[in-house]
Every structure is written in structure tokens, then in C-alpha cells.
Design a protein around this ligand. Structure first.
Ligand code: ATP
Length: 585
């Protein structure tokens, strides 16, 4: 069964008009939507516009060829084919909707309860789902027919129960994922009721995947329903596409066209639903990278103290960052940070854990976590004001002109896609180049960042490569679209010591080759000494000292800077020989 994979999660709050506009730009989606619109109209109006009673048989008119009276001819009982087709559309779609609604109610409610509350709900729902999935669907449907009779509605309701695990598993996985988000905890702490939290925070995340899955399930329900009716298990008095197929197949040698119309209706409808679902998924996946961290900038902007000089690429002035607190107050975590980054310069941002380095770096990218806001100040990137900038402005710079190298290489690669596709897609999108060109560039880049067999690595999934290789891949990704500014957030922290040195060498070489500007977040003065031209030392949300690396190393003025420097000197001081109590062996 084709199923929407939760790994390919979607932007929870993708605006629907935005999505619709993107769908209109996709020819397959347009054709599918046009077909489904016509089908819906036929389903609604079918019984009104049918020229004849769909069940009125006439012995005199058995298997007639198309004529003015019967536009598509008549069937083996002398009934008007076009009238049956119109009414069958209504019945087939409505019956498939019954299956969909039943599976949605059971699957979504079960998935929400089990995912959100866990415990008892989780046990009982997972147990129920496992049992339903173990049942052989066709046998159950045959048994249901024996018990309830040949009702298309009843068999589709039973089929809905059998389909419900598809929704259950999807919703369960998504809810488990989002339930651990800080903003859900914050909502709970702030006293919101469970129903409000599910309605506001959880349903928004599962909404889009459910829509996609619904289209797929509807197609499956139509196909199965037609199959059952085709086998002659349906109600003879209710015209459906499957029953028409059954009649047409029995007379295929005498009147071959009878099979064609219902077969086309089933095939086109299933195709249109699956193509539409795929188009929606592709669009939502395309916007997925921005899903977790929303950009929220308070438009209270202080004017820049000074316009950037021509060689200054990034000018940060008095930036303050705060987080919304449950009671409505704001906790300020960065208190007026200022720094300049020149073109081709590596600027280190150093300080102990929690000093505000990451918040400062994320402000530049407009990627503060949920609840985080730039409260004031100015961030000028090549003359573009990023504080208060719209998502459109950020889209034009993020990935294109400002790239990011994260701390945890593995968790920044999507496990469900190959390395190649994760590097190629952004390049095609940003640079507008062909797939072939992008592939060639990726191979050259991977070779450049020291990956020995680029073609094999491109075809590998993230779990098939080492952490060091993954970081090289992400560095390749960061420089792949010719960004001018790279923000590297502790890029070597998660790596082995030997690999750390190699990755730092690579960064230094790439920086010199491409004249990159790098804002390097680190807590390690050794890394600063190795790579940076200038450094800003952060403590408790403020920059306490800033300047040329050599000056800071030789003449630190701030006590905190001195203590950080002393710490690395302590670490690097060779230890004395062990005092021995006995003689040498
Ligand atoms: N989502 C959040 N909500 C509230 N406060 C936060 C949030 N994220 C970070 N903070 C606070 O912001 C302050 C600065 O955090 P930041 O992540 O910038 O530190 P850092 O210097 O990068 O440390 P580390 O090296 O540990 O990443 C910390 O006091 C932290 O508690």
C-alpha cells in the first residue's frame, strides 16, 4: 500500500493559498485537480442529469450500439450505459468516502490519543492496530458480505476499519515527534487544556500529511470497491463502476465498449488522486527545511549605529534576543551584541555554554527556535537589513548567500534520502542548473572536501557514512551554492579529535580558496587560534572583549577572556612525570 512516510514531514503551517498557487504551477497537479473537479460535479449532479433511469431494463434494447437515444449504448439488461455511469460515479465516490471517513475517525483519533497520552492509550491502540493489520483484508470483506449482505456501504465501512492503521501509524509517529517540542511543553506549563494543545499545536502538524494520505486511501478504496463489485459481490440494484465492469466483462466479445467506460473511470480517478497526493507531498517537502524553527522577529528595530564600510559583509549592532515565557513575560538572553565581519575574514564567537553564541548566530539567519525573537538592534548583511525582514528576504539570502554548518552532522542529514539527492536538490533550486550539471558539481565538491569515492558516497544514505564524512558532506553543501558568509556552529565538536583537525584544515583551505567570510561559533580557544582572524568573547549574553586574535591572545584585557585562555593553557601544559614510589622495573 502506498503510504505517506512521516520522515518526509511537511511544513505544519504551510499556508493553503501558497500551496494552491504552487499546485497551479505543476501541470500534473492541474490536470489531476481539473479531473477531480469534473468528477465531483458528476458525482453531485449525476442522478439529476442522467437521461434515463439507470436501473430501467428493456429486453428489446439489450446490448444496443451507441445511438442518439443511448449515447453510450445499452448493457446486457438493456439499461442505458451513460445513465448508469453517471449514477455509478456518485455511488462509487460516496462509498469510497465512507471507507475514508471511517478510517480517518479511527486512525486519527487513535493516533492522536496514543501519541499524545501514551501509556494505556498507546498500549491498547497499538495492540488493536497490530490485530487489524494481521487480518487478511479480502477474507474479512468476504465474511462481512456474508454477514451484512451485498451492501456496498457496509463493505466500505468494514474496509475503512481495515485501512485505519495507515492513518494511525502516520498520526502516531508525527504526534510522538512533536509532543517532545519545547513549545508543546511551554503550552502545557502555561495552563492550556489538552484539547486546546491538540487543536492548536498538534493538529497543525498532522493536517497536511493526513490530507496527502487521504487522497491515497480514497484511491485504494475506489480500486478495492470496484474489485469486489467486479467479482459480483455487490448489490445488483446499485449501479457502481465495479458492477458495470462485471457486466461489461461478461459481454466483452459482444459489446467490448461496455468495459471501457467504467475501467477508464476507475483508472483515471485512482491516477488523479495519487498524482495529486504526490504533487502536494513534493511541494510540502520542498518547504520542509524551514519547518522546525520559525522566524519571528519583533519589528521594533533600532537604527544601525553606523553604515557598514564597503569591506564589511555583516554588521551586527545592539542585537537583543528574548524568549517568550509562559506568563507572558520575555526572558532576554542576548543583551545588545555588536560585531563586524569583513569580507574574507573568519570571526570567532567564543564563550562558555549558554553565553548566547548560538542565539546570536541564529538571529543572523532568522532561525531562532519557537518563542525566540530579536527584540531590537540591527543586522545588516551586505546592506540588507535582516532584523524584521520578511521570510521572502530570508529565503533570498539563506542557503544562497548565507550558508550554515551545524554542530551535529548526522542529525542534519535526512536519513530517508541519499547524500547525492540532499546536495543536488538545493543546488538545482538555488542555482537553477540541470540535474546533470548539479551531479557533476557535487562530485567535484565531494572530491574537493576529501571524500575518496564521491560517486559511491552520493549513492549512500547518511547511516552508511562516518560522522567525519557527514561533516565534510555538510561543508560541501554549505559552499555548494557559492555563499559569501558561512555560519559554522561548533562544526568540530561532535567529531573525533583526529577528524576535528582534518575538518578545521579543510575549512581553512576552503575559506582561503573562496575568500569566504566565516562566523565561527566555538567554545574552544584552540580552534580560534587555528582559524580566526578576529574574535569576540561572549559572556552571559554580552560581548566582553573583541579584537584581533593575536592581540587577544597576547594582551587579553578582560578577566573572563583571561580565564578562558588560562583554561586552554592548563589543558595544553604537559603533565609532569608520575611520582614513583618504587624503583623502575
Ligand atoms: N528555546 C529557548 N527558550 C528559552 N531560552 C533559551 C532557548 N534556547 C536558548 N535559550 C537560552 O539562551 C541562552 C543562550 O543560549 P545559546 O544556545 O546561545 O548558548 P551558547 O553560548 O550557544 O551555548 P552552547 O555552546 O551550549 O550552545 C541560554 O541561557 C539558554 O538557556
Amino acid at each position: 500500500m502506498s503510504e505517506f512516510t512521516p520522515a518526509a514531514t511537511v511544513a505544519p503551517d504551510a499556508p493553503s493559498d501558497h500551496l494552491f498557487r504552487k499546485l497551479l504551477r505543476n501541470p500534473l497537479a492541474v490536470v489531476s485537480m481539473a479531473y477531480l473537479l469534473i468528477l465531483t460535479l458528476v458525482a453531485i449532479l449525476g442522478s439529476f442529469i442522467a437521461p434515463h433511469d439507470p436501473n430501467l431494463s428493456s429486453i428489446k434494447e439489450i446490448l444496443n450500439q451507441p445511438s442518439a437515444e443511448h449515447l453510450l449504448g445499452t448493457d446486457s439488461a438493456g439499461r442505458d450505459v451513460i445513465s448508469r455511469l453517471l449514477v455509478a460515479t456518485q455511488v462509487s465516490i460516496a462509498a469510497a468516502l465512507v471507507a475514508l471517513v471511517v478510517s480517518l475517525i479511527i486512525g486519527v483519533v487513535g493516533g492522536l490519543l496514543a501519541g499524545y497520552y501514551g501509556g494505556f492509550f498507546d498500549n491498547i491502540s497499538s495492540w488493536g492496530t497490530a490485530i487489524i493489520m494481521a487480518l487478511p483484508a479480502v477474507i474479512v470483506l468476504l465474511a462481512a458480505r456474508a454477514v451484512f449482505g451485498p451492501s456496498v456501504w457496509m463493505s466500505m465501512a468494514v474496509f475503512g476499519v481495515l485501512l485505519s492503521p495507515a492513518f494511525f501509524r502516520l498520526v502516531y509517529t508525527l504526534v510522538r515527534g512533536v509532543r517532545g517540542e519545547l513549545y508543546v511543553d511551554a503550552a502545557r506549563v502555561s495552563g492550556l487544556s489538552d484539547s486546546r494543545i491538540i487543536g492548536r499545536h498538534i493538529l497543525t502538524v498532522v493536517r497536511a500529511p493526513i490530507i496527502i494520505q487521504s487522497a491515497i486511501v480514497l484511491g485504494i478504496a475506489i480500486a478495492i470497491q470496484s474489485g469486489l463489485e467486479f467479482l459480483g459481490l455487490g448489490d445488483l440494484m446499485v449501479p457502481t463502476w465495479g458492477a458495470m465492469l462485471n457486466d461489461g466483462f461478461g459481454n466483452i466479445y459482444r459489446q467490448p465498449t461496455l468495459v471501457i467506460w467504467p475501467a477508464l473511470a476507475v483508472a483515471f480517478t485512482c491516477m488523479a488522486l495519487v498524482l495529486l497526493a504526490n504533487s502536494i507531498r513534493d511541494i510540502l517537502e520542498g518547504s520542509a527545511p524551514t519547518q522546525r524553527r520559525t522566524v519571528k522577529v519583533v519589528p521594533e528595530v533600532e537604527t544601525a549605529e553606523s553604515a557598514p564600510a564597503s569591506d564589511i559583509l555583516l554588521s551586527v549592532r545592539n542585537v537583543r534576543v528574548g524568549y517568550n515565557q509562559p506568563g507572558g513575560s520575555i526572558k532576554e538572553v542576548v543583551h545588545g551584541v555588536s560585531l563586524d565581519l569583513r569580507k574574507g575574514e573568519v570571526h570567532g564567537l567564543i564563550g562558555e555554554s549558554g553565553s548566547g553564541k548560538t542565539q546570536t548566530a541564529f538571529s543572523v539567519m532568522g532561525l531562532l527556535p519557537q518563542g525566540g525573537n530579536v527584540l531590537g538592534g540591527s543586522i545588516l548583511f551586505d546592506g540588507i537589513q535582516l532584523v524584521g525582514a520578511s521570510e521572502d528576504v530570508f529565503r533570498k539570502v539563506r542557503g544562497r548567500r548565507i550558508a550554515y554548518i551545524p554542530q551535529e552532522p548526522m542529525s542534519n542529514l535526512d536519513p530517508s534520502f541519499t547524500i547525492g539527492s540532499q546536495l543536488i536538490e538545493p543546488m538545482r533550486d538555488v542555482l537553477g542548473i540541470s540535474k546533470k550539471d548539479a551531479q557533476e558539481r557535487v562530485i567535484a565538491l565531494l572530491r574537493r572536501v576529501g571524500i575518496p569515492d564521491p560517486a559511491r558516497t552520493m549513492a549512500s544514505y547518511p547511516h552508511e557514512i562516518s560522522g567525519g564524512m557527514a561533516q565534510r558532506v555538510l561543508i560541501a553543501g554549505a559552499v555548494s551554492c557559492d555563499a559569501e558568509l558561512i555560519i559554522a556552529d561548533e562544526p568540530t565538536t561532535a567529531l573525533d579529535v583526529t577528524v576535528q583537525a582534518e575538518v578545521l584544515d579543510l575549512l581553512r583551505d576552503l575559506q582561503q580558496e573562496r575568500q569566504l567570510s566565516i562566523l565561527l561559533v566555538t567554545h574552544n580557544f584552540g580552534v580560534v587560534a587555528d582559524l580566526c582572524d578576529r574574535v569576540s568573547v561572549m559572556q552571559m549574553g554580552k560581548i566582553v572583549e573583541s579584537g584581533d586574535v593575536v592581540d587577544i591572545f597576547t594582551k587579553p584585557t578582560n578577566a573572563y577572556t583571561k580565564s578562558l585562555l588560562d583554561a586552554i593553557l592548563d589543558e595544553s601544559t604537559p603533565r609532569g612525570a608520575l611520582a614513583t614510589t618504587g624503583g623502575a622495573a
